[in-house]
Design a binder for this molecule. Structure first.
Ligand SMILES: [Mg+2]
Ligand SMILES: [Zn+2]
Length: 183
């Protein structure tokens, strides 16, 4: 079986000033490349992103795909492979089954990529990322980048305890490497 890292996008990998979707506003957060290089040999890397800006009519799915492809190309230059990017395009009102914390996309990877969820991790800057991880039986790391710092209270408000809280994705990657054999 394979192990996976499920990465949130905005605020975890890239700078997020709210509904970021233009390539000219694309900016990787510090140390993201180093973090993914630490992880890439032991884990398959996936991105799961809620993009309700599509459902709200702020931008189109093509904008999101262009942005994602740009990011993937930047990673590829560094020898980092993203297996797949999963996008929920829906407005929260739609109560769809793919918006985080729903686990539809994770279950898809479990089947398609033969993923062992117990040995896989979710990294994100919002409580819904962590909730998705918990709901699917993955280990979870909440990062204090993006929304992480000022929305940390939402973890407690929703009774969610991540396995680890890290300053940023590099610290998260190091934590995963140290704890990867822990079950
Ligand atoms: Mg985020
Ligand atoms: Zn959805």
């Amino acid at each position: 079986m394979n192990n996976a890292i499920y990465l949130d996008r905005d605020g975890t990998l890239n700078q997020d000033d709210g509904y970021v979707h233009k390539i000219k506003n694309f900016q990787l957060l510090p140390d993201v490349l180093d973090a993914l290089k630490l992880l890439k040999n032991d884990f398959k890397l996936f991105i799961i992103t809620n993009q309700s800006g599509i459902g709200r009519g702020y931008f189109g799915i093509e904008d999101v795909k262009k942005f994602n492809n740009h990011m993937i190309k930047e990673f590829k230059k560094e020898g980092i492979k993203i297996e797949e990017v999963y996008i929920c395009p829906h407005n929260p009102d739609k109560k769809c089954d793919c918006r985080k914390p729903n686990i539809k996309f994770i279950k898809e990877t479990e089947r398609e990529f033969n993923i062992d969820l117990k040995s896989s991790w979710v990294i994100g800057d919002l409580y819904t990322d962590i909730k998705m991880g918990k709901n699917s039986g993955c280990k979870t790391i909440y990062v204090l980048t993006g929304h992480g710092k000022y929305r940390k209270n939402q973890l407690e408000e929703n009774g969610i305890i991540p396995d680890f809280i890290c300053e940023n994705i590099l610290e998260a990657a190091k934590t995963i490497i140290q704890n990867k054999n822990l079950n």
